[in-house]
Ligand binder design. Structure first.
Ligand SMILES: [Zn+2]
Length: 417
């Protein structure tokens, strides 16, 4: 079976220019003794907005790994696909994040629910995770509710999985099941029964992406109670460990965190807990490499600074249209967005400082950062000019990309100093 390494990171590169800088961050981690499998992910939404094809991500991943003589495993992730969108990803991807969010809450057939309930009867009353002091009260009513909410989604996940398997062949790809893009988090008990459903449907799931408590907005820090997150995350780790043994799921099944990037407040906790329990992790980052491109261009000054200022001005005009597809994963306080007349006078340093996520820096503005994060469509509309600027200013831009992935993400998560 094509298996994902113990540690892996999902890298987004919307415009396909930063694969090399991202890979360099992976290589730096390896030099510090942390082996991380790179996975390049791009969702259907991003492809449509920019006008790229899944093959483009494959070409980039193959090209940068080849030119850097990176001879370890790497993957291309069809991110958040479902039955309607999977087709054009099948050929070029070898990692599939099967998104079941839209199927959650729809009821499976009564006979399937009945069969499932029979198969989990022994967990009624109490779900005890052996080896550690962790147990959850359960009831028949509660498990029925879980089945009614999630079983249909598991059946759909199987349909999607089979569709991919038919073309690619069993064992030739990594399967993730994601359910993070929903309004409410799954509890550890729900996760346990969901894993049972996936096992029953014979899906060799290697990573599972639940929704956690708190907000995972794109490109900005975690909003929520880090202590509560730690408890929930640790329980989930233990539940996965138990489910692997109990249901015969793949040995290397691990948690996938769709972080939305930049969850600095919880990275050290995640790192500590996976180390404590000797577990793997897949950390999926969002397309914030695009933000690093904007920051790098701002720092480059001249035409490049003018270009990114113009992107910001246009994003203010089109704010509603740009934010609509991301409404659930951004929180922008528009009254705190800097005014056009002020930004016109800004230096490179001020513009870059407003966007770069350095907690505590007085220039940092998470509202502006989130707006620019969703404004990549505006660069896609002037693609030739944008690519030319990226190429002219490659050195500064790629340094920003590298620095972000390595120092702000990998070092925090794996406690590298
Ligand atoms: Zn996600």
């Amino acid at each position: 079976m094509k298996t994902l390494g113990k540690y892996s990171i999902g890298l987004g590169d919307r415009f396909g220019h930063q694969g090399r800088a991202q890979l360099k961050a992976i290589i730096s981690a390896s030099e510090k003794g942390i082996e991380i499998t790179p996975v390049w992910n791009k969702s259907n939404r991003e492809h449509i907005t920019i006008g790229t094809q899944p093959e483009d991500v494959r070409a980039e991943a193959d090209s940068v790994t080849n030119s850097e003589r990176f001879n370890k495993a790497y993957f291309v992730d069809a991110d958040h696909i479902n039955l309607d969108t999977v087709d054009r990803f099948i050929e070029s991807s070898d990692f599939f994040a099967i998104d079941v969010a839209s199927y959650i809450g729809k009821k499976a057939e009564n006979k399937d629910i009945f069969e499932f309930l029979t198969s989990v009867e022994k967990y009624t009353g109490e779900l005890k995770i052996p080896g550690i002091k962790l147990s959850f009260k359960t009831s028949k009513a509660q498990i029925t509710q879980i089945a009614e909410k999630y079983l249909f989604a598991a059946v759909k996940a199987r349909d999607i999985y089979r569709k991919i398997e038919k073309v690619k062949g069993k064992d030739n790809f990594v399967t993730e099941v994601s359910m993070d893009e929903v309004p409410h988090p799954q509890t550890p008990v729900e996760l346990f029964f969901i894993l049972k459903m996936l096992a029953t449907e014979n899906i060799p799931v290697q990573t599972i992406a639940p929704k956690f408590s708190g907000r995972f907005n794109k490109g900005v820090d975690y909003v929520g109670d880090p202590k509560k997150f730690a408890e929930e995350f640790e329980s989930d780790l233990m539940v996965i460990d138990f489910a692997i043994k109990e249901f015969g799921l793949p040995e290397n099944l691990k948690m996938s965190i769709h972080s939305g990037s930049d969850k600095f407040a919880i990275y050290p906790t995640i790192g500590t807990l996976i180390k404590k329990h000797n577990k793997g992790i897949h950390l999926k980052t969002a397309g914030t490499t695009w933000l690093e491109e904007v920051i790098g261009l701002a720092e480059s000054g001249g035409d490049a600074l003018d270009f990114v200022k113009d992107i910001y001005f246009k994003s203010l005009e089109k704010i509603d249209e740009l934010c609509a597809p991301y409404a659930d994963v951004i929180d922008i306080n528009t009254s705190l967005l800097p005014k056009k007349t002020d930004v016109m006078k800004w230096s490179s340093k001020q513009f870059a400082g407003s966007l770069r996520h350095i907690p505590g820096n007085k220039d940092y503005n998470p509202n502006m950062r989130q707006l620019i994060h969703v404004a990549y469509k505006l660069a896609a509309m002037k693609m030739d000019e944008y690519y030319k600027l990226l190429e002219t200013n490659e050195r500064i831009v790629s340094e920003c990309v590298y620095e972000n992935i390595y120092n702000r993400h990998i070092c925090r998560l794996f406690n590298i100093r």
